[in-house]
Design a protein around this ligand. Sequence first.
Ligand code: FES
Ligand SMILES: [Fe+2]
Length: 396
Amino acid sequence: MEKAEQVRVIRGLMHFLDTDTNVDAGCQVRNPVSSYTSAAMAKDEWHHFFRTAPQVVGLSGDLPDAGSFFTTRDFGKPVLCTRDKQGKFHAFLNVCRHRGTLLEDDERGRRNVFTCPFHAWGYSNQGDLVAVPKEEHFGPVDRSCHSLVPLPSEERYGLLWVHPETGADLDVDACLGELAPELASWELERFRFSGNTTYEHPMNWKLAVDTFGETYHFNVLHRETLANDVYGNVQMYDTYERNHRMMLCLRNIDALRELPEDDWEILQASIPVYYLFPNVQLILGVGGPTLVRIYPHGEDPHHSYSRISFYLDPDIESLAMDPARRERYEQVQERMQGFASVIEQEDYTAAASSHLGIVSGAQEYLVFGRNEPALHHYHNTYRAALGLPPLDVISN
Ligand code: FES
Ligand SMILES: [Fe+2]
């Protein structure tokens, strides 16, 4: 993040604290509860946002070395992601060209050749068919026509992108818009994958997204946890076309008041939370980023899950080898895991409770307040993408 922007954000947060004010969306809006329960809408979302749109599948650190791979089926197709010996990122349909068996079962690992479990056809991590056992019995196989089917893939700004449709146009800069230079400035490609977890939730996937959309709840829901480090109901907020950025306010911001602005560093004062349309939250912290990807279970409006991946600053990772400084490494790891457990035990528990309340039929709409602009933006953005009108403004 540019220095001038860091200072603008920190000054803005200090101003909100000093004046007991917060970011203001300018109005309240109503979100119909059918957004979370409609089978027709869930079907449209699955089609438009997951099956036929570019997907963030991880950070560069998910494929740390030549030969690294991971697999995913999160957007409805089996996908194999690899890094070849030139360091290039590839994505393929994870499907053997002989009889269609899923080629690789493991979630992640290292392999230069992927061997099909059915008859042992082998493929390189560039997708080439390199082995056909007993070809003298099977008959000749034209290697050039039986490579793995490639999907459009790109590694940009430290993010790994895949388009689920073969031959589709994958325009990462169009996805990121004005946010691209700022994401580039974080040099996300340098962080090392350090672990992941998956949370299943009995709720609409957008309720999970909503939990990242305001800090109004911090002093209540997180009073014993996050609120120890973060001021509730204070944030700077900016939109970048379909994406947005919330800047949370660390209590440590007060220590910066004694320092000249030249010495201010944004991660000492704030936790940046980037939302990438439609389902990704990227959270920056001093130890490294956390990537949260939220998915519906296909067309089911009532069930979803979150993939949460942690990445470490290599400088902090190196502390693990130094017995004298290992404690610092463990602190950072603990903080990241603690953050994930707050998401599961507090945010997602509250959101699943909302889902129960929503399906009860108690009300026709939910209310998003003036201090919750990210919720206004997110819901209006995906509604526009589905051809729906914007949320009703409440006049008061
Ligand atoms: S299905 Fe893969 S080798 Fe036969
Ligand atoms: Fe929360």
